[in-house]
Design a protein around this ligand. Structure first.
Ligand code: NAP
Length: 249
């Protein structure tokens, strides 16, 4: 087992499936104790924990709707109580409700903004309180190339992801002096429950637009998350790093 994250405690939101599950697995393999947060999919979250444990890692599942301010605060208080610290927060939980603007409903806007953007603010606020006292910490926000270049049919999603970039840069300036880095990862297309349908429709076009001529994998994203969480990345902050095989250049 690599030990780049030995003795660190990490919270990965939305870690029951997809990219979050891969980040949880990679961070645990690097030696971190990982809190696998989920919203409704307890069985999948417990499976991620079981996989990690069977590999000799440490993990627990924690249910919380991270779009809920009080519940997020409560979860992070619980982590401090259970583990005594919080070193790494990965704001990964996310969802989509795609449609052209005339067909998009107000509740589609609210759900996506609350799940993707407000959640990151909720968890960052509660985590920053602990990290500032520790005088160290890592916050990693999973944004998207859609937040950089926009995407027709995703006004809500792209706005939430662009909002995460503003949050990343502002918080990096605010809490850098306390030893905390804040960065964003912008994945291209990775096949998960979130994107499977879309990728099935336009896979050839995506691959054509991508320099590396393939889709991304959750492992591609997780590898960068582990690096950004490590001590070696201590002078990198406020950055938005694309993991998109050269799609948005
Ligand atoms: P996914 O497979 O659909 O998984 C979404 C995860 O978020 C699940 O673990 C889900 O928990 C959790 N979640 C949703 N709402 C939540 C809430 N209110 N509170 C707590 N957890 C919640 O998605 P993914 O593709 O892995 O995406 C992960 C992140 O990467 C998202 O922020 C997404 O926008 C971003 N991203 C993905 C891609 C891509 O191509 N896949 C590209 C760019 C960016 P449950 O299982 O309990 O529902």
């Amino acid at each position: 087992m690599m030990t780049t994250l030995a003795d660190k405690v990490a919270l990965v939101t939305g870690a029951s499936r997809g990219i979050g599950a891969a980040i949880a697995r990679h961070m645990a393999a690097a030696g971190a104790t990982v809190v696998v947060n989920y919203h409704s999919n307890q069985e999948a979250a417990e499976q991620v924990v079981a996989d990690i444990t069977s590999q000799g890692g440490n993990a627990v599942a924690m249910q919380c709707d991270v779009s809920d301010f009080k519940a997020s605060e409560q979860m992070i208080k619980q982590i401090k109580k259970d583990f005594g610290r919080l070193d790494i927060l990965v704001n990964n939980a996310g969802t989509t409700r795609d449609n052209v603007i005339m067909m998009m409903k107000e509740e589609d806007w609210d759900l996506v903004l609350n799940t993707n953007l407000k959640s990151a603010w909720n968890c960052s606020r509660a985590a920053a309180r602990i990290m500032m006292r520790q005088r160290s910490g890592r916050i990693i926000n999973i944004t998207s190339v859609a937040g950089i270049s926009g995407n027709a049919g995703q006004t809500n999603y792209a706005a939430s992801k662009a909002g995460m970039i503003g949050l990343t840069k502002s918080l990096a300036k605010e809490i850098g002096p306390r030893g905390i880095t804040v960065n964003a990862i912008a994945p291209g297309f990775v096949r998960t429950d979130l994107t499977a349908e879309l990728i099935d429709e336009i896979q050839d076009r995506i691959i054509e637009m991508t320099s590396m001529r393939r889709l991304g994998t959750a492992d591609d994203v997780a590898a960068l998350a582990v690096f950004l969480a490590s001590d070696a990345a201590g002078f990198i902050t406020g950055q938005v790093i694309a993991v998109d095989g050269g799609m948005v250049l």
